[in-house]
Design a protein around this ligand. Structure first.
Ligand code: AMP
Ligand code: ZN
Length: 112
């Protein structure tokens, strides 16, 4: 069965998309942990950071640069957090690489 984020990228299931181009889709998290919580994904199915290869270098760079643009667009002037959860201990629940943009409130450190 195809993964849920691939389905979102193909618009096969609804989501609140805030940005899209030929490589990337960004949409609001269905269970936000802060006033702003956006998930940024490549359209290509890559399982996670652990499965990245050298050929993904430009795509991963673009993911972060677009996350910055989206954060600016969402007016996160006071700052925000970018999170990549990796694998079981990293808290990754969806096996399609994704960058969280979390903002709109101060963040704690260390994370749980
Ligand atoms: P992670 O725990 O890093 O794998 O993050 C996965 C995130 O995807 C969680 O914050 C979920 O709330 C979010 N999520 C799962 N399904 C959907 C969906 N259909 N639409 C939007 N966000 C989702
Ligand atoms: Zn996928």
């Amino acid at each position: 069965m195809e993964c849920i984020f691939c389905k979102i990228a193909k618009r096969e299931i609804p989501s609140d998309v805030v940005y899209e181009d030929e490589d990337i889709v960004a949409f609001r998290d269905i269970k936000p942990v802060a006033p702003i919580h956006v998930i940024v994904i490549p359209k290509e199915h890559i399982e996670g950071v652990h499965s990245l290869e050298d050929k993904h270098q430009a795509l991963v760079g673009k993911l972060i640069l677009k996350a910055k643009d989206i954060a600016n667009q969402l007016n996160l002037k006071e700052g925000y957090r970018l999170v990549l959860n990796v694998g079981e201990y990293g808290g990754q629940t969806v096996s399609h690489i994704h960058l969280h943009i979390i903002g709109g409130r101060p963040m704690m450190w260390p994370p749980g």
